[in-house]
Design a protein around this ligand. Structure first.
Ligand code: HEC
Ligand code: HEC
Ligand code: HEC
Ligand code: HEC
Ligand code: HEC
Ligand code: HEC
Ligand code: HEC
Ligand code: HEC
Ligand code: HEC
Ligand code: HEC
Length: 337
C-alpha cells in the first residue's frame, strides 16, 4: 500500500487544468442532481487528491480501491486519464464541498473531514446499484471522457433511455473489467436479461456459453441505429460477419433468406436443431402449400396410417431441398443441389 501511496504523495493537484467539469456545471440541474463545481475552485476538491482518499480507503476497507492503479485509468504519463487530472475526484466528484452541501456539512468540511460519532458523513458521488445519484449524473462523469467513438449513439439509445448506468456493466476498480472478456460478459448481461440466459442454455445455441462468442459481436450495447441494438445496419448483415457463405449472390436465390434470416432462425438459442424457429416440414409449410407435398402421412391411396409419404421422410424437406439458402448449380432451381 505504501508503495502506491508514495506514487501519489506530493502530487498536489493542478488546479489550473481547465476541464470538462465546467461543461457539467453549466447544465441545468434536475431535482436531486449534484451541481458540480468548477475544477478550479480550490475549496471544492481536496488538495492532495488520491493521497487524502487513501488515508481512509485502503486494502483493509470494506471496498478495496487499490486495484484501480492496475487499470488503464491509472497509466502513468497518459494525460487523458483521471489520475492525470483530479484523480479519484475526476470520477467521484469533489470530496470537499459541492453545491448540494448543507451549511452543517460546510462547517464540517465535506466527505474527507473527520466526523463526530453518530454524525453522517457527507456522501461522495457513487456509481451503480448503491448510488443515490441519478443515473444521468453518474454517466456524465464517464462521458466527459468517453462521449466520442463507440458512445456516439449512447444518448437516446435503449440502455440510456432505460436508465442503465455505465457502472452496471463496467467495473473500474478491478484489474480486468469482466464485461470486456468473453468469459465474464454474459453474466453481466444476464443480471438484467433473464430470458436470454434461458435461451443460451437451449440445445441449439450460438456458443456464447463456451466463451467462443460474445453478445457484443452482434450487439452494439452503447447504441445503434438498428432495432435491437444490432451491430450492423440490418439483421442479415450482422449474420454475414461470420456466415459470409450465406450472402450469395446465388444463381437460384431462396427469397426469404435474402430477406431476413430470422424468418427461419432464432439468434440466441432454440429447442430445434440449427437454431430453427420450427422444424421442417412445418417451417417450410408456413409459406409453401402442402398441396403438392402432403404434410401428413397419407398412404398412396390417400388414407392415414399407411406407408409414409416420401416427401416427409424423416420429417425433412431439406433431405431433398438441401440448398435451402440458395443454389449455384445450373439445375438447382428447386434448391436440391
Ligand atoms: C474511472 C472513474 C473512477 C476513478 C478514477 C475512481 N473511482 Fe471509485 N468507483 C468508480 C466506480 C464506477 C465505482 C462503482 C464500483 C465499480 O464499478 O467498481 C466506484 C466505487 C468506489 C467505492 C465504493 C463505494 C461503495 O459503494 O462502497 C469507493 C470507496 C471508491 N470508489 C473510492 C475511490 C478512490 C479512493 C479512488 C481513487 C484512488 C477512486 N475511487 C477512483 C469509479 C472511479
Ligand atoms: C476521513 C476518512 C475518509 C476520507 C479522507 C475519504 N473517505 Fe470516502 N468514505 C469514508 C467512509 C467511512 C465511508 C463509508 C460511508 C459512510 O460512513 O458514510 C466512505 C464512503 C465513500 C464512498 C461511497 C459513497 C458514500 O459517500 O457513502 C465513496 C465513493 C468514497 N468514500 C470516495 C472517497 C474519495 C474519492 C475520497 C477522496 C476524495 C474519500 N472517499 C475520502 C471515509 C473517508
Ligand atoms: C478523465 C477521463 C476519464 C474518465 C472520467 C473516465 N475514463 Fe475511462 N478511460 C479513460 C482513458 C484515457 C482510458 C484508456 C483509453 C485507451 O487506452 O485507449 C479509459 C479506458 C476505459 C475503459 C477500457 C478499459 C480497458 O481495459 O480497455 C473503460 C471500460 C472505461 N474507461 C470506462 C469508464 C467508466 C465506466 C467511467 C466512469 C465511471 C470512466 N471510464 C471514466 C479516461 C477516462
Ligand atoms: C449494457 C452494458 C454496457 C453499458 C451500459 C455500457 N457499456 Fe461500455 N462496454 C460494454 C461492452 C460489452 C464493451 C466491449 C465491446 C464493445 O465495445 O462493444 C464495452 C466497451 C467500453 C469501452 C472500451 C472500448 C471502447 O468502446 O472504447 C469503454 C471506454 C466503455 N465501454 C465506456 C462506457 C461508458 C462511458 C458507458 C456509459 C455511458 C458504458 N460504457 C456503458 C458494455 C456496456
Ligand atoms: C442494469 C440492467 C441491464 C444490463 C446489465 C444490461 N441490459 Fe440490456 N437492456 C436493459 C433494459 C432495461 C433494456 C430495455 C428493455 C428490454 O428490452 O428488456 C435493455 C435492452 C437491451 C437490448 C434490446 C434493445 C432493443 O432495442 O430491443 C439488447 C440487445 C441488450 N439490452 C443487450 C444487452 C447486452 C449485450 C448486455 C451485456 C453486455 C446488456 N444488455 C446488459 C437493461 C440491462
Ligand atoms: C449471433 C448474434 C447474436 C448474439 C451472439 C447475441 N444476440 Fe441478442 N439478438 C440478436 C438478434 C439478431 C436480435 C434481434 C432478434 C429479432 O429482432 O428477431 C437479438 C435480440 C436481442 C434482445 C432483444 C429481445 C429479444 O430477445 O429479441 C436482447 C435483450 C438481446 N438480444 C440480448 C443479448 C444478450 C444478453 C446476448 C449475450 C448473452 C446476446 N443478445 C447475444 C443477435 C445476437
Ligand atoms: C461473431 C460470429 C457470428 C455471427 C455474427 C453469427 N454467427 Fe451464427 N454461428 C457462429 C458460430 C461460431 C457458430 C457455431 C458453429 C459450430 O458450432 O460449428 C454459429 C452457428 C450458427 C448456426 C447453426 C447452429 C447449430 O446449432 O448448428 C446457425 C443457424 C447460425 N449460426 C445462424 C446465424 C444467424 C441467423 C446469425 C445472425 C443473426 C448469425 N448466425 C450470426 C458465429 C456467428
Ligand atoms: C427458409 C428458411 C431459412 C432461412 C430464411 C435461413 N435459413 Fe439457415 N437454415 C435453414 C435450415 C432448414 C437449416 C438446416 C439445414 C439442414 O438441416 O440441413 C439451416 C441451417 C443454417 C446454418 C447451419 C448449417 C450451415 O449451412 O452452415 C447456418 C449457419 C445458417 N442456416 C445461417 C443462415 C443465415 C446467416 C441466414 C440469413 C442469411 C439463414 N440461415 C436463413 C433454413 C433457413
Ligand atoms: C417465409 C416464407 C418461406 C419459407 C418459410 C420457406 N420458403 Fe421456400 N420459397 C419462398 C418463396 C417466396 C419462394 C419463391 C417462390 C417462387 O419463386 O415461386 C420460395 C421458393 C422455394 C423453392 C423453389 C421453388 C421453385 O418453384 O423454384 C423451394 C424448393 C423452396 N422454396 C423450398 C423451401 C423449403 C424446403 C423450406 C423450408 C426449409 C422453405 N422453402 C421455406 C418462401 C418461403
Ligand atoms: C423426396 C424428395 C422431396 C422431398 C422430401 C420434398 N420435396 Fe419438394 N420437390 C421435390 C421435387 C423432385 C420437386 C420438383 C417437382 C417438379 O419439378 O415437378 C419439388 C418441388 C418443390 C417446390 C417447388 C414447387 C413445385 O411444385 O415445383 C417446393 C416449393 C417444394 N418442393 C417444397 C417442399 C417442401 C416444403 C417440402 C417438405 C414438406 C418438400 N418440398 C419435400 C422433391 C422433394
Amino acid at each position: 500500500m505504501t508503495k502506491i501511496r508514495q506514487v501519489f504523495l506530493g502530487t498536489s493537484l493542478l488546479f489550473g487544468i481547465a476541464f470538462a467539469f465546467q461543461v457539467l456545471a453549466q447544465e441545468p440541474a434536475q431535482p436531486g442532481e449534484r451541481v458540480l463545481p468548477d475544477p478550479n475552485d480550490p475549496t471544492a476538491y481536496t488538495e492532495k487528491g488520491a493521497d487524502t482518499c487513501l488515508k481512509c480507503h485502503d486494502e483493509e476497507s470494506e471496498f478495496p480501491v487499490f486495484n484501480i492503479f492496475k487499470t488503464r485509468h491509472a497509466v502513468r504519463g497518459d494525460a487523458r486519464t483521471p489520475f492525470a487530472k483530479l484523480q479519484c475526484e475526476t470520477c467521484h466528484g469533489p470530496g470537499g464541498l459541492d453545491a448540494t452541501a448543507t451549511q452543517a456539512m460546510r462547517e464540517r468540511g465535506g466527505h474527507t473531514a473527520k466526523v463526530r460519532k453518530g454524525e453522517p458523513r457527507p456522501p461522495m458521488l457513487n456509481f451503480g446499484a448503491k448510488s443515490k445519484d441519478p443515473v444521468a449524473t453518474q454517466n456524465k462523469m464517464c462521458l466527459q471522457c468517453h462521449e466520442r467513438q463507440n458512445r456516439m449513439d449512447w444518448q437516446g439509445s435503449t440502455h440510456a433511455n432505460n436508465e442503465v448506468s455505465c457502472a452496471s456493466c463496467h467495473s473500474v476498480h478491478v484489474p480486468r473489467d469482466p464485461v470486456l472478456t468473453a468469459a465474464g460478459q454474459p453474466d453481466r448481461c444476464y443480471a438484467c436479461h433473464l430470458r436470454q440466459r434461458a435461451d443460451f442454455h437451449k440445445p441449439s445455441v450460438h456458443p456464447v456459453r463456451f466463451g467462443v462468442m460474445q453478445c457484443s459481436e452482434c450487439h452494439s450495447v452503447h447504441g445503434s441505429s438498428t432495432a435491437s441494438l444490432l451491430k450492423k445496419p440490418t439483421l442479415n448483415q450482422t449474420c454475414f460477419q461470420c456466415h459470409a457463405d450465406k450472402r450469395g449472390p446465388f444463381l437460384w436465390e431462396h427469397a426469404p433468406v435474402a430477406e431476413d434470416c430470422s424468418v427461419c432462425h432464432l439468434p440466441h438459442g432454440s429447442i430445434n436443431p440449427s437454431l430453427l424457429v420450427k422444424r421442417p416440414p412445418l417451417l417450410c409449410q408456413q409459406c409453401h402449400s402442402p398441396a403438392g407435398h402432403p404434410s401428413v402421412s397419407y398412404t398412396s391411396a390417400g388414407l392415414p396410417g399407411g406407408t409414409p409419404s416420401a416427401y416427409l421422410l424423416a420429417g425433412g424437406c431439406t433431405n431433398c431441398h438441401s440448398q435451402v439458402h440458395g443454389s449455384n448449380h445450373p439445375s438447382g432451381v428447386k434448391l436440391m443441389r
